[in-house]
Write a protein that binds this ligand. Structure first.
Ligand code: SF4
Length: 387
């Protein structure tokens, strides 16, 4: 499990006009060229390696004999030793260091906005986060992308709703296409914006070579889907958007989040997909993350895994029989029909994974994705260690 902290505190002094710098980490060594892209970490014993020209510095302690007026620097940063070469960080003046990219993870995310044009009843973010008007800073996002090593395997682009960036989404995707030519991207979106033909056309021009767009469908009909997203017309827009992207040869993943309102309709959703959009690359059926709106609305949202089991099996079989790749995300193995074990994945972001105490006795623990930290203590979850 990757437990490295994402926020580090210390004494932070940034001199540039933006009050922040974004750069990649290099520890206790010097780089040959493009120093200005790096933030150098120097322990006390390696302070002799100091050279001017880096974008910023993180010193173990305040150094003597270096003109600190000339550089961006941080000292006395708790946990600075957890940073690794080629991590990407944002240093915010007088405040914190934020880790934007972890070089030892295949699970890195670029969050492009916290705003959304839907308000799903089980959204893992809260209404407050969704409604906080913080315009995405495209300059920062582009800098972040330029710093990411070009051998990175996978990046997820998410929000909020990335489609709300409009023109800036194309700038961002074009930068990804230019800088990260071998990387696989996953774009998480509610898909509504792609019902606009111009937007779908621009998307076709801008996407990197390896990208899949993941769009959620919560029901096989307009009424229930819109009741869950709490936006009238969202089902019609999402389905139109999916069809337009498929017509433009963009790979689509459908995501079905299972909640109290739709678990009995899973087979119907599967049949809808088979009939209406069988060209999708895959369907991923997901268990809830109980934070934000999901926690607030838990009485309407939460459904015990045991209740879901049979409906989930029938939906999976419907999809698989139609030749659609089907995966299960976020379900603990012992709460699934064992015929579905082979399509269940360890999918929870590494630092959010938790197990129950009884899981220590389970022979399948290595293969089981466990629970979200937010879900593990929700009432009535039981585990049955596999022996
Ligand atoms: S007992 Fe724990 S580790 Fe084993 S399958 Fe269940 S949740 Fe996973």
């Amino acid at each position: 499990m990757n437990n490295r902290p994402l926020i580090l505190k210390g004494n932070i002094n940034i001199k540039n006009v933006d009050e922040y710098i974004i750069g990649k980490i290099i520890k206790n060594k010097n780089v040959e060229d493009r120093k200005e892209e790096y933030i150098q970490i120097l322990d006390n014993e390696n302070i002799n390696l100091f050279e001017y020209g880096y974008k910023g510095y993180i010193f173990e302690n305040r150094p003597q004999n270096i003109d600190l007026e000339k550089i961006n620097y941080c000292t006395d940063v708790e946990d600075y030793k957890t940073l690794l070469d080629y991590d990407v960080v944002e240093i915010i003046n007088k405040r914190v260091i934020r880790v934007l990219y972890r070089d030892d993870s295949d699970d890195n995310v670029i969050v492009v906005t916290n705003q959304c044009n839907s308000n799903c009843i089980m959204c893992p973010d809260s209404d407050y986060v969704r409604n906080t008007k913080e315009n995405p800073n495209i300059k920062k996002l582009l800098e972040q992308i330029r710093c990411i090593p070009d051998d990175t395997k996978h990046i997820t682009i998410t929000g909020g709703e990335p489609g709300l960036l409009k023109e800036n989404l194309f700038k961002l995707l074009n930068e990804c296409k230019k800088c990260l030519t071998e990387t696989e991207f996953l774009l998480l979106t509610n898909g509504r914006i792609f019902s606009n033909t111009d937007f779908a056309n621009r998307m076709e021009e801008s996407v990197p070579q390896y990208i899949r767009i993941a769009i959620p469908i919560y029901a096989g009909n307009e009424k229930l889907h819109d009741e869950i997203t709490r936006v009238e017309g969202s089902f019609r827009q999402a389905i139109t958007g999916i069809k337009k992207l498929i017509e433009r040869n963009i790979d689509i993943e459908i995501r079905i989040v299972v909640l109290k309102k739709n678990y009995q309709h899973l087979e119907e959703i599967a049949e809808f997909i088979v009939k209406e959009i069988p060209q999708v690359k895959m369907v991923n059926i997901m268990a809830l993350e109980m934070t934000g709106n999901a926690y607030k609305n838990r009485e309407q949202v939460w459904i015990n895994f045991e209740e879901i089991k049979e409906y989930l099996y029938n939906a999976c079989i419907t999809l698989i029989r139609a030749g659609i790749i089907t995966n299960l995300y976020n379900f603990p193995l012992c709460n699934l029909d064992e015929r579905l074990y082979s399509i269940a994945h360890k999918s929870i972001t590494d630092y959010k994974i938790r197990y129950k105490k009884e899981c220590d006795e389970c022979l399948a623990k290595e293969d089981c994705g466990g629970f979200f930290n937010s879900t593990i203590n929700v009432k009535d979850i039981k585990v049955k260690p596999i022996k």
